[in-house]
Design a protein around this ligand. Sequence first.
Ligand code: GLU
Length: 317
Amino acid sequence: MPDMTIANKTFSNNSWQSILEEIKEEVAPLLSQGQVAAYIPELGRVDKNKFGMAVRLINGDLFEIGDSKTNFSVQSISKVFTLTKAFSILKDELWKRVGKEPSGNPFNSLIQLERENGKPRNPFINAGAIVVADCIANNYDDPLNYMIRFIRELADNKNLKLNVNVFQSEKKTGHRNAALAHFMKSYGNIQSEVGDVLDLYFGHCSLELNCVDLSNAFLYLANHGTHPISGKTYLSASQAKRLNALLLTCGTYDAAGDFAFKVGMPGKSGVGGGIAAIIPGLLSISVWSPGLDKHGNSLAGVKALELFTTKTGISIF
Ligand code: GLU
């Protein structure tokens, strides 16, 4: 591909690749310092020394490094795909059931829900994603398989599947999520059976993708809701703007302010150690390193994205 000039800098294929190489080297000392998400027992077994990254430009060019093709548990990153579906079905009616403000609380907190009458602050905290899952469960006979097919299409990978051990592990130990769902049902904000909604929620969190899959799957958000390669539209430009705004303000747990400050991209993290982010009109990027910081974001992953926007001089700002 020809060189591109962005923000007064010229990028060749070699320069994208050497930026990724420098990042990999610079984050190496951080890999051992994070903690894996042992509260989901199956995730506690993942090797902390993994690191992968992939960048997909909207012209289709792909640059990748390290363990970019190793599958990992996407966890909360999948909430972006369920939100996309629910938003495209319910349109602005969705916001009657889930808010759009940062929560400032841990992602699995119960306290705020009681104060706010069972309406979760935003669709990315667990309670919000459970409401979103309910919206999908109400619309499809086999919602989990429907979502898996949808995510396969976005990622352009027909082989994506869920990790049954992670699914069972979450189902067995996800008492807090069950509490959130029952609590919201008591306010009428869950319509399907709680067990069915949780199966969908745990199911989509247990999907395994790799960095290349994720950078494909986020590309429509970098291109105003339409996948630039397949040409398929998943959200209107206005909806994509809104979803990206939610990613910036609520996508990285209660460290979203710090993430925006350091990284300058809308992104979503998951406790499996993945983070996917975008720059509208330009690219999607994903990173995976399983060791987490105290907020639940990948320690080396956040640093890698910060280095990417610093070294390239490209961010949304
Ligand atoms: N399935 C995880 C949970 O419900 C998702 C957590 C996350 O990645 O934020 O606890």
